[in-house]
Design a protein around this ligand. Sequence first.
Ligand code: TYD
Ligand code: MG
Length: 475
Amino acid sequence: MAKRQSRYVCQACGAQAPKWSGRCEACGEWNSMVEEALPQSTPGGLSGGRSGRALVFDRLDETRADGQVLPRLTSGIGEFDRVCGGGLIPGSAVLIGGDPGVGKSTVLLQAAAMLARGKAGAPVPCAYISGEESIDQIRLRATRLGLADAPVALAAATSVREILAGLESNLTEAAVVIVDSIQTMFLDSLESAPGTVAQVRGSAQELIRLAKQRGFTLLLVGHVTKEGLIAGPKVLEHMVDTVLAFEGERGHQFRILRAVKNRFGPTDEIGVFEMSDGGLIEVENPSALFLTERQGEVTGACVFAGIEGTRPILVEVQALVSASPLGTPRRAVVGWDQARLAMVLAVLEARCGLSFAGRDVYLNVVGGLRLNEPAADLAMAAAIVSAAGNQAVPSDCVLFGEIGLSGEVRQVGRRDLRLKEAAKLGFARAFAPAAKARKDGRSETPLEVETMGHVADLVARIGAPLGDTEARRSL
Ligand code: TYD
Ligand code: MG
């Protein structure tokens, strides 16, 4: 008998090697190589095989044979539908990743119940398959969410073969199938344990194949490793049509559903939820929520007028600058990019003569939101300058603008939308880069804009008063 062959597969990136090693050569991850049995036969070429069915082409410029346009399935949970690009597409596969306990099972159970009840349009038959909880536990959760009467098909299973057989039999005509979670699923044809790259990839492939063939929407839950990656392979992200990330700090009640990849919609969209006793509640006006605990005029805090997807969101940013006992002062940031903070500090030092040597700088985005926009630069700089100089930024003011390396403040997109949202929430002025000249020569703004052309303008406006040389020197 031929010797049974095996290979080693990195659980982080999916790379394969013939020999075990302590560190994956492809991604550098330590201790991630796991042995897997090689398939017994290697696939041959096409020669000598049976002749298959010939490919049939469809035409782009013709409608479907039945003349229908694929409708999107909407759950009626506005925040969820928007992140999916306006609803779920039949036949598509969606992966929802997030930390344990962030609320993935909860949001999907709520979405399934709403779809099945037909809160927005015709009722959509849904099936919820859990590999982590028993049917009774799911019922208990549903009761707590007030959804116990929703006509959702429930199952507790981990064997993909069993699930596929169940879905393929005509008994369940599910249009939306939820699998919670892909890490608990296993194919009995593979020898490796559930949760390994081979199992996750194999199980997902089988489920997605059936979804495309039968035209149901597949929602897969994926756990996230401590590094923030969807556990196991990146390959899973390539296989699905949409990847949603469910984010939120444990201590905060806010949860943010973010589209990371979407073949059928925009990727910069977010949905904001609040975790309550009765499950996740959608937050229609996130700006008001992120500003609820603001305490008027305090030094080191200001409000950034940001855009998430198509929506303006105002959020408070805070900075603290204090004398450092450490040889290398600390630069800590929550909710923003560390490298971006280093850049803003360098610009303030080089272009405005401020010094942060020997001082710790802490930066925090309130409410657990994570900002990715370069437009946040000006607000971050303002919070830092304000904290360092002990001068408050006016409390009726919002800020936005990108800072360049020479200290210039650059224009950012969606200016009008940002200003309008700020005016709506009662702000009276904005610190912002100069507006582009409009073709019609009009410049209508709903609030007073103080133009910031350079970070030095900002320092002059909110830094320590000019006459106070002692304070300036200590900056
Ligand atoms: P869950 O959806 O089980 O998280 P995941 O599937 O992402 O692991 O959410 C569990 C958390 O949500 C848990 O910490 C308790 C909290 N929760 C509420 O606060 N209210 C609720 O109504 C429910 C169902 C859960
Ligand atoms: Mg769960």
